[in-house]
Design a protein around this ligand. Sequence first.
Ligand SMILES: Cc1cc2nc3c(=O)[nH]c(=O)nc-3n(C[C@H](O)[C@H](O)[C@H](O)COP(=O)(O)OP(=O)(O)OC[C@H]3O[C@@H](n4cnc5c(N)ncnc54)[C@H](O)[C@@H]3O)c2cc1C
Length: 375
Amino acid sequence: MRSRIGIIGGGIAGISAAHFLAEKVGGEHVVLIEAEDHLTKHTTGRSAAILIENYGALPVRGLTRAGLSFLRCPPPDLVDGPITTPRGSMFVATPGEDAVVERLVTEATENSVDQRELTALEAQGLFPILRPDVHSRFLYEPAASDIDVAGLHQAFVRGFRRAGGTIMTSNRITDIIKTQAGWQLGSAREAVTVDTVINASGAWGDVVAEHAGIAPIGLTPMRRTAFMVGSSFPDSAEWPIVSNADHTWYVKPDGPQFMCSPADETPSEPCDAKPEELDVAIAIDRINNATTLNIRSVSSEWAGLRTFAPDRSLVIGPDPSDESFIWLVGQGGIGIQTSPGAGQLVRDLVTEGSPGSGFDGLDLDLAGLLPDRLR
Ligand SMILES: Cc1cc2nc3c(=O)[nH]c(=O)nc-3n(C[C@H](O)[C@H](O)[C@H](O)COP(=O)(O)OP(=O)(O)OC[C@H]3O[C@@H](n4cnc5c(N)ncnc54)[C@H](O)[C@@H]3O)c2cc1C
């Protein structure tokens, strides 16, 4: 098969780029290739599904801002309902975490995020299981929202397919060779030749680059554990997500349950991540100390790989050694909420060579995203 643009990886990163590129250049010129038999098997299918504007490395804030209009008002023909629903987010801190609180306050101010400091009474009104004797500071972001990740991913799939794009699943790319005809993306199944290759392979980002003879970025996949516990509170579905300021635990209401995590970051090889019992136990201990939840059993558990570049910002743009090899990796813990912005930035860099007018006024830190900074 021959195409103009080949995207490796069908998670939220790859499919967002596929959608925005196909809209611009025509889907017949874009092919998306995924190793697994479905597109969301890895990190995209394992997230906490939250949009918090005051979160993540500073250069990615502009990407979040760029995607807000898509997340909050998605094109009606691509969705069956809203992609985001109000949730609210609260960071809580013990007296020893004041420095982190001050940093979060500064970041929110600098990025014009509506974040308010609450009293202990106000915080407990929003999240009644919080232990007030343990915490002294409470920062609340009212606009934080749940993201319907499946709905968002499906919106991009719909857009891409309607534009005539091709999705190939169960097709792991194992060789990438540059020839006079373009990049040959080889696999055990079907080879594809493209002019431009977009590496959106998540935890496998450096592996895919090495297949192409491109120097690795130094990506580190980090395992994060999550599990569900039942709620006995009739109104808990309305409560905000609560995390401690230092980010060593969080609890997110999810229907009649709570999603919990120790916010762990254990370096891992790229793989089908599995939870470790110890990490679940650590989370239970931390959450039971910080709340009156009194967790005794979990109903399900999972883990996913959040993959970071050395400076924890995303890596988006052409490799300095070959501008037809485009990186779209390093999404870490923020790849869902940044996906519309990242997909639009890839479209602009591939087709125009620079961010388009959609990024005007968003204070995008392009240098903090381009791969050149890590070379
Ligand atoms: C517990 C947890 C909570 C999170 N919470 C949030 C949150 O609340 N908000 C948020 O924004 N983000 C969150 N994240 C982060 C978010 O999920 C990720 O940043 C995002 O899903 C990364 O998407 P991706 O497309 O880069 O990776 P993936 O979804 O892993 O997709 C990469 C794809 O590339 C494919 N691939 C790899 N190698 C090849 C190859 N050689 N050939 C073909 N295909 C290949 C893989 O099979 C995979 O499907 C969370 C993550 C975890 C684990």
